[in-house]
Structure formats: C-alpha cells, structure tokens
Design a protein around this ligand. Sequence first.
Ligand code: 4AD
Ligand code: MG
Length: 477
Amino acid sequence: MKSYSIKELLEKQPVGDSVEVNGWVKTFRSNRFIALNDGSTIHNLQCVVDFENLDETVLKQITTGSALKISGTLVESQGKGQTVEIQTEDVFVHGSADPETYPIQPKKHSLEFLREKAHLRVRTNTFAAVMRVRSALAFAIHSYFQQNGFYYMHAPIITGSDAEGAGEMFRVTSLDAKNPPLDESGNVDYSEDFFGKETNLTVSGQLEAETYAMGLGKVYTFGPTFRAENSNTSRHLAEFWMIEPEVAFNDLDANMDLAEDFIKSIIQYVLDHCKDDLEFLESRLLEEEKSKPQTERSEMTLLEKLKFVVENNFKRVSYTEAIDILRNSKPNKKKKFQYSIDEWGADLQSEHERFLVEKHFKCPVILFDYPAKIKAFYMRLNEDGKTVRAMDVLFPGIGEIVGGSQREERLEVLQQKIKDLGIDDKELWWYLDLRRFGTAVHSGFGLGFERMVQFATGMGNIRDVIPYPRTPQNAEF
Ligand code: 4AD
Ligand code: MG
C-alpha cells in the first residue's frame, strides 16, 4: 500500500490501487462521505466509508478538524467536481477534534474572527491557498536572483544603525527596563548593555547589502525587517519581510528595469504554478464583490490583474510630472475629495498614489526623482540640487510596493547630507568607508514581501498574508 499526498493522488490517479492518505476532515456528510484535505492542494479528496462496517467509536470521531489516516482503493468517482475517490477500507484516527470547541467549522468565518485563531486558520481554504502562494512567491524570488547572477546575502537582524533614518526602531537591550544603569548625566548607560552600545532590530538590510554589492557585484537580501511605526492600516506590519537587491554599477534606469523585470517574473511564476489556488482566491473575491455596489466593483478579476501586470509596461513618471497630473485632476465629486496637491515637495498620500495608478494611468507606475527632503539620506542627489534619484513602484489596490534608489556614491555630498540631517555619523563610519575605497555608482530597492503576497492573492488586509501578524497592541501568538 502506497502513501500519497492528496495532490499527488489527484495528479497520478492510480485507479484500482490500494492507497493511503493522511489529512484533516473538512466535512463528513451522511455518515458516508468524508472530504479530506492534507494541505497539499486546495482540492479535497472524497473518501467514501461504509458506516455499517465501521467501529462505533471511530465513527464518532470523524468530525470536522479531526486527523485521519485513510486506506482503501482508489476508484473513479461519480460525484460532481471530482474524478477519483477512495473506497475506504480502514480509518485510523490520529486525533479527534471536539465539535463543541473546535473553532473552524464548515461554514464561512470572517477574516477578523480567524485572526483571533491564527494558529488554526491555515486549516481554512483561504489561508491555505494564501500560504501556498506565499511559499511559491518566496521560491520564485530566490530563483529569479539565483538565475540572474545575484548572491543571497544575510543581513544582520540586530544592528547599531538606523538605515532609513526615520527613528522607527525597536530597541534590543539586555538591560533591566525598569531599573537601567544611568550615567553621570542621568541617561541610560548603554556601555553596560550586552553589546556595549544602543542596538535595535533592523528596519532594512540595505546599508549592509550595499557593502556586499561593492564586493560581490550583485546581491540580494530576503529577511525579516521591523518597524515601530504606529500605523494601523491594511498595508503595515511591525514585522514584515523585505527583499532588497543591490547592484554595483547600476544607475536608476537600470534599477527600474531590474524592478520591473523581477516583479513580472515572480508574478508569472505564480500564474504558472499556483493555478488552482489563484482560481480559488479569484472565486472568493468574486463572491465578495457581489456585496459591493456596481460602481465599486473591480473591473478585472484577480487572474486578469496578474496577467495585466506581466503583459504591460510599467509607466515611468517623475515626481514633478505626477504633481502636475494631480494638480490638474478633477475633484472627485462623490467623495468630495480633491486629488490636487498644492505644494511641490509634499509627500504623496496613498490617495494620490492610488489615483495615479488606478484612475489616471490604469497600470503599475514607477515614480522617480522625488524631492530630496522627503526621502532618506543615502539617495543620490540630482544635478538640480533638490531632487534625488529615488523610485517607488506603485501598484493598483496596494499603493507603494517597492521603494528604492540610486545611492549617493560621493563622499563629500553624503557627509554633508548626514550632517544637514543631524544624523550621528559615528554610527555610519563603515558605510562612509565604501565611498572612501573604490566607490562607484550603485542602486537597489526593497520589495515589501507581504504587499506582493497581497497583490498576488487579492487579500485586502496585510494581516491575512503572514502567518503571525505583528501590529500595534497585537502579538498574541
Ligand atoms: O520604502 P522603504 O522604507 O525602503 C527601504 O527600506 C529601502 N531601504 C529599500 C532599499 O532601497 N533597499 O521600504 C521598502 C518596501 C516598501 O515599498 C513597502 O513595500 C515595504 O517595504 N514596507 C512595508 N511593508 C509592510 N509593513 C510596513 N510597515 C512596511 N514598510 C515598508
Ligand atoms: Mg518607501
């Protein structure tokens, strides 16, 4: 008797063979039809049992959520929507699940309810599909870079620097928070801390990736990053995964080319390898759309959106052009919202970004050459002295999915910038060394992994595309 995953069994269909599968019960109908799922695929396997020949205690334990081993003969199925089923000969109960207390019942649960059950929600079709797509995307990302001559670099999680200079860091300390040692001026004395200095969880691996690009040429990081920003939105997590390629000798144009090619490649990968899950997620969204008024319904289905991104060029627009477009845009009467933005130099709000992508260009947009004042210290200053070679990739339904730039490679310009911004250059001596020894033009970007998973799965809330979301006031699991 051969043991199969349900995915393998449905692919190979060894009709007539004695087979064995393990999984969890989705439903048990009429004391006869078990729908079993083992996580390998969105599809359940129907196992037909002959309850008259089944031990009474076993029969009682076949309830939604219980874990079973089922053996029997694979036969062709008469049932709708399935080609094969198991004619069950033996049922072994690995573990039962009390129907009175098991929270995942065979009805539709709200995503909010399931967030409270983060340890069990992967047993639902929606979360299993999302997490399989997430896994496939991670594989696609590594494949893309490995096939294109990049080296995978592990950036440190604990750092002494603030890569983004935004002060949104989680401290890492071994000191007694209630009773820390103080220096003569009454400040916390970090020399007594584990590392002998202030440290924090990384907000980005970029600065370290830059040092490696300036030796290995093309590198990428793919790791967790942390931000203590108090943003309770459907796009922000306190702990998220970021992919950060960094390439020596690439300028901003080459950086944009890389971002576009990379994004298209990983979306194509999920289109090619996650068809069943995407179709399931698409039907789920179509169901959700039905409750919306016609005007708010999406013009494209999930699969159409993904194909659209792969098949069309991203529109490249400078910040200054974007401001002009926004200024000349008509106010949205219904919402009484004016898309116009008065001041050159202001940061774009997500409403602005979404207007550009969803209403104006109707395709992914790469905005570049932002005002220096609203971007991080390390970005390459343009000849105009007021804009930097920054780029953000904006996606429909998501807004900013990628942020990147060409880096400032000139020592004096970088030193001046650090000084102007009041950043402590003692923390960045090693970063400045890159500009002292064999400096060169180089560029990179960061893709927010969860935002990409959101786009690929159509999930509205970022909390639903990572196994255990960390958000303000929430780290239950
Ligand atoms: O734009 P950000 O802050 O850029 C950087 O960190 C650069 N150091 C990247 C680089 O050039 N190597 O972040 C990059 C991306 C954003 O575009 C967004 O997709 C995602 O990371 N991101 C978040 N995702 C979830 N939750 C948050 N709090 C996020 N903050 C940024
Ligand atoms: Mg950004």
